[in-house]
Design a protein around this ligand. Structure first.
Ligand SMILES: Cc1ncc(COP(=O)(O)O)c(C=O)c1O
Length: 438
């Protein structure tokens, strides 16, 4: 009798990765340094000290291939659900009548519902170790704000979140969740900062953007007279990418248990972190000849930073308070339409992911909101999990790849990152069923 196919591939407690993998060590073209907007000179590490703890800045600039994960961080990751399961989507495969094998890494199986705690836990820990008392941040759809509220709660820090107004109104239970963990939350643009007031004076009904919310959070830190607060970012920067590599390292071990190798690896991209998290360890394997996978990054057609943007230096925020980063960007003032995938409404893209796209290692694609929700509903009706609208972008690409396999009769192994569940995004699904999605 042949061995039954594995459909739920679990690792043990000991398999929580012991290091973060840093692809900066292996990129063909080294990462361009952040530069000062005035002098255009590279920004020294010390310039980031007012915003981030020293260890985080060190990691941001590091080109070491492996960075050990502190035991307290591993323990918190473990207690927050890691290692996360890898599932084989056999019911989706049957529905599509594809010979492809589809696997998904389920990052929603933790208290917060997304991959974001992987870096929130590490960042809260490093801040706590350096005596920081409070973290300020922005959030799009609310997943990141929730993860930081949760992680600061674990390490005894205070937390204040600026949530993009359109998402704040679309997803009201995020506020409740963030407050339950003990953090404070505002709709952005807000009247709590000078920049927020300026934006509201120019446009009182502004729907907000991640760039504006970042500016508000940074303003709070740089104007804090106690100097006991810092800023925390949930994506884009190198240290966030490397914290997320626990995902891909686990997937590598899980695919080995399933006795297969990846042919196609897919993730959605907002700032790039869940994609970098699943993809970069497997890209490292590809560089060493251990797989020959194709890597696909999926963005919304309404915020097409990598498919329509330019690869150039730009600000990370809208007010222009950050150094310039070399990345794919639509320009710091770009305001995406109010799609429900709030976490993908960012004008730029992580320098790491931008670099991999520019090198041709990663292929970007863009999809419209309706086809993405259609894919999300197909997934829910076959696999049972209602995906976050962000993650549904990856599902859409996985379905397209599986249908391509059907056409060509190829039994490829397709792996995608299901970066979060959509249980607090149900208004989006409701609007989809009512035919009201833009
Ligand atoms: C569930 C989910 N997936 C993906 C993203 C996009 O972010 P990133 O590209 O950093 O993974 C977000 C951001 O909020 C999210 O909440």
């Amino acid at each position: 009798m042949s061995k039954p196919e594995r459909v739920k591939i679990l690792l043990t407690e000991d398999d929580v990765p012991k290091d973060f993998y840093n692809i900066a060590a292996d990129l063909k073209t080294p990462l361009a340094p952040p530069i000062h907007p005035g002098t255009k000179e590279p920004v020294p590490q010390e310039a980031f000290y007012p915003l981030f703890p020293k260890e985080v800045v060190r990691q941001e600039y590091s080109t070491e291939r492996f960075i050990p994960i502190p035991e307290e961080v591993r323990d918190a990751l473990l207690r927050s659900g890691r290692p996360m399961p890898l599932f084989r989507a056999t019911r989706l495969e049957k529905h599509l009548k594809t010979p492809a094998k589809i696997y998904y890494k389920y990052e929603g199986a933790n208290p917060c519902g997304s991959h974001k705690p992987n870096t929130a836990i590490a960042q809260a820990y490093y801040n706590m170790k350096e005596g920081v008392e409070k973290l300020y941040t922005e959030t799009g759809a609310g997943q990141w704000g929730t993860a930081l509220a949760y992680s600061t709660m674990l390490f005894g820090l205070k937390c204040e979140v600026f949530m993009v107004k359109v998402s704040f109104e679309q997803k009201p239970y995020r506020k409740a969740m963030i407050e339950t963990y003990g953090a404070t939350i505002h709709s952005s643009p807000s009247r709590h900062t000078e920049f927020g007031k300026k934006v509201l004076a120019a446009k009182p009904d502004h729907t907000g953007s991640l760039g504006i919310a970042i500016s508000e959070a940074i303003e709070k830190v740089v104007t804090d007279p106690t100097h006991k607060s810092k800023y925390s970012l949930g994506s884009v920067l190198n240290h966030v990418m490397l914290h997320q590599t626990v995902i891909g390292q686990e997937v590598r071990a899980q695919l080995a248990l399933a006795d297969t190798k990846p042919d196609v690896v897919i993730g959605c991209i907002g700032g790039g972190s869940n994609f970098a998290g699943i993809a970069t360890p497997l890209i490292y394997d590809k560089m060493k000849g251990k797989n020959n996978a194709e890597f696909i990054a999926v963005e919304p057609a309404s915020c097409p930073s990598t498919t329509k943007g330019k690869f150039e230096y730009d600000f990370g925020d809208t007010a222009g308070m950050t150094p310039l980063l070399k990345m794919y960007t639509l320009g710091k003032d770009y305001v995406p339409s109010p799609i429900h995938a709030g976490g993908l409404r960012y004008h730029g893209m992580a320098p790491v992911v931008s670099n991999l796209i520019a090198e041709g290692m990663v292929k970007p694609v863009a999809y419209e909101q309706k086809e993405v929700f259609e894919a999300g509903v197909t997934f829910a009706r076959t696999e049972g999990i209602i995906p976050a609208p962000e993650s549904a972008h990856a599902i859409k690409a996985a379905i397209d790849q599986a249908l391509l396999c059907k056409k060509k009769n190829e039994a490829k192994t397709i792996v995608f990152n299901l970066s979060g569940h959509g249980l607090l995004d149900l208004v989006g699904y409701q609007r989809y069923f009512e035919g009201k999605l833009a």
